[in-house]
Design a protein around this ligand. Structure first.
Ligand code: SIN
Length: 551
């Protein structure tokens, strides 16, 4: 079943109807909504305020071949090179080749990428990041995501076919299988918690699109904002969808290390402009691990930082870009410059203290580049989906590119094919059974911290089988406690998020135990080498709804 709760059947409940339910308001969700509005009424459900998404915090930009001297083949080669033998080459080709048209579309929507200061129009100031053989990252200073969100939200609110609902947290999908309806199983909508009123509502939709991003909050230290709790992956898993390569968690090497700097990223573009990682003695160390040094792919650089800190016992390493002038840095990285200055770090004079932190899910719901999943009526786009583009390690700034290309392809496929009507399907009211108001917030808080510490300590950048097994035992205990809690108390956003991070934690650990090799982002001391057999390299977890996924 897709939904598990303290159930009883009651009279009809508040039900919203739409053609397309989009879950998430980052770039993948907003672009899906914009494209789908040509084909019907779209409801965008977002669990907090509309702009609160991973996209909003993206600093680097969008990787795309727009410059003379660069080529699609080289972008494809760099993506596959970073992906450590696990990319789906067809997915890579589709996404990279689809990029230039989507960039033009973003510009038509009103996004203005930073131009090269003294160049003719349409000559972009392109950033460089780890693993790219060319400068090819289109950006808007260092606030690319914030600008993209602003422009797309403006477009959304002016579209009469799109409505956006804030504080609307999806609980679980509703499927015909769970409703015991005849015919093949398909998604017909979802239950959602209106966190402003505390009411559970049903949303009926002929097609639903999960675009809810990743889940860095599963880890104690992350570059992600608080909303990133892996909701989409957990929801899909509970509905019985295959979840792929979840052990492949990308750790970003350079998050600001400061007691008050929660989740603040120092963009890889800083290294692209000449920043070098050094230890507390001021020595550059990344060349010991890869000749590309600080601009090697992220898995290598994050491991190098982790090793340097473990060997020296220092709590952080440093990113030194003092070779650039304050003028240049203020202009190219206005947001990072100001933020650092606020913490007493003048990046033109002082090396910036940094640590690696969980940043991006390269795995997720198994999906095509057109968003198709194993469940009819459900698509997945953006970070929540695993299309095979990123392989075992995502090339920097390929994620916004994937989101724009795949949301377009998904909408074209859905608009052309999915005409089924679900308006006659009755979704039963959400029942509260014997549930009561929780007076045990401390338990939720404690378990939240416990999951995140457990994941950080035992399932981090360098893993061992023993630590993974220990983590799995812990997470199973937390899962049982969570289940009890979920059934006995009225649900709240905190309970739902905890339920989701526990689920995602379990998926990551189980996947990590399945991969008996080191590859890309998964480095395990018991199996330090890469398995040369490529066909052995996917990890897929598919539990029956109501089976292991149930909590
Ligand atoms: C960054 O600016 O370093 C992040 C870009 C990305 O994760 O692709």
């Amino acid at each position: 079943m897709a939904v598990e709760c303290a159930w009883f059947w009651t009279t009809p409940m508040k039900t919203l109807d739409c053609d397309f339910l989009v879950m998430g308001s980052g770039i993948a969700g907003l672009m899906s909504a914009i494209h789908l509005s040509k084909y019907g009424k779209v409801l965008v459900a977002t669990k907090k305020e509309r702009a609160e998404s991973n996209t909003n915090y993206a600093q680097g930009g969008i990787a795309c071949v727009v410059a003379e001297g660069d080529s699609l083949n080289e972008h494809i080669k760099d993506t596959i090179g970073a992906g450590a033998g696990l990319c789906n080459e067809e997915s890579v080709r589709i996404v990279v080749e689809g990029g230039p048209d989507r960039i033009s579309e973003l510009e038509e929507l009103g996004i203005i990428f930073s131009p090269h200061s003294d160049a003719p129009a349409k000559d972009y100031d392109l950033g460089k990041e780890g693993g790219h053989s060319h400068r090819r990252v289109l950006h808007i200073g260092d606030i690319t995501g914030r600008e993209v969100e602003r422009v797309l939200l403006e477009r959304i609110v002016s579209d009469p076919n799109i409505s956006l609902r804030e504080q609307c947290m999806i609980i679980d999908l509703v499927t015909t299988g769970w409703l015991n309806l005849p015919g093949p199983n398909r998604s017909v909508g979802a239950y959602a918690l209106d966190s402003a009123s505390g009411e559970v509502i049903a949303i009926r939709a002929r097609h639903s699109i999960l675009a809810s991003g990743g889940g860095g909050k599963v880890y104690l230290y992350t570059s992600n904002p608080d909303i990133a709790t892996g909701d989409g992956v957990a929801i899909a898993w509970r509905a019985g969808l295959p979840i792929k390569n979840m052990e492949l968690i990308q750790f970003h090497p350079t998050c600001l290390y400061h007691p008050e700097a929660k989740s603040f990223l120092i963009s890889e573009a800083v290294r692209g402009e000449g920043g070098v990682l050094v230890n507390d003695a001021g020595e550059s160390f990344t060349e010991k691990h890869d000749p590309r040094g600080s601009l090697a792919p992220r898995d290598i650089v994050a491991r190098a930082c982790d090793r340097e800190m473990k060997v020296s016992g220092a709590p952080c390493v440093y990113l030194d870009i003092t070779n650039k002038s304050a003028d240049f840095l203020r202009k190219r990285f206005p947001n990072i410059y100001e933020k650092c200055l606020g913490f007493g770090i003048d990046m033109a004079k002082d090396p910036i203290p940094v640590v690696p932190a969980a940043h991006y899910f390269c795995g997720g719901i198994e999906a095509g580049t057109d968003g198709a999943t194993a469940l009819p009526g459900l698509s997945a786009v953006g970070e929540v989906a695993c299309t095979g583009l990123h392989g075992a390690n995502r090339l920097a700034s390929n994620s916004l590119l994937e989101a724009v290309v795949c949301s377009y392809l998904a909408a074209e496929r859905i608009g052309a094919s999915d005409r089924i009507s679900v308006s006659e399907i009755e979704i039963p009211a959400w029942g509260t059974g014997e549930a009561r108001i929780s007076d045990e917030g401390v338990v939720v808080e404690h378990n939240w911290n416990e999951v995140r510490s457990c994941m950080w300590d035992y399932v981090g950048i360098v893993r061992t089988t023993r630590r993974l097994e220990r983590a799995l035992r812990r997470i199973k205990i937390l899962k049982n406690e969570m289940r009890e809690y979920y059934v006995n108390y009225y649900i709240t956003p905190d309970i739902l998020e905890l339920r989701n991070i526990v689920a995602v934690g379990e998926l990551i650990i189980r996947s990590a135990l399945m991969r008996k090799e080191s590859r890309g982002l998964h480095y395990i001391l018991d199996y330090p080498d890469r398995n040369p057999d490529k066909t052995a390299a996917e990890t897929i977890i598919r539990d029956e709804p109501g089976g292991d996924s149930e909590q």
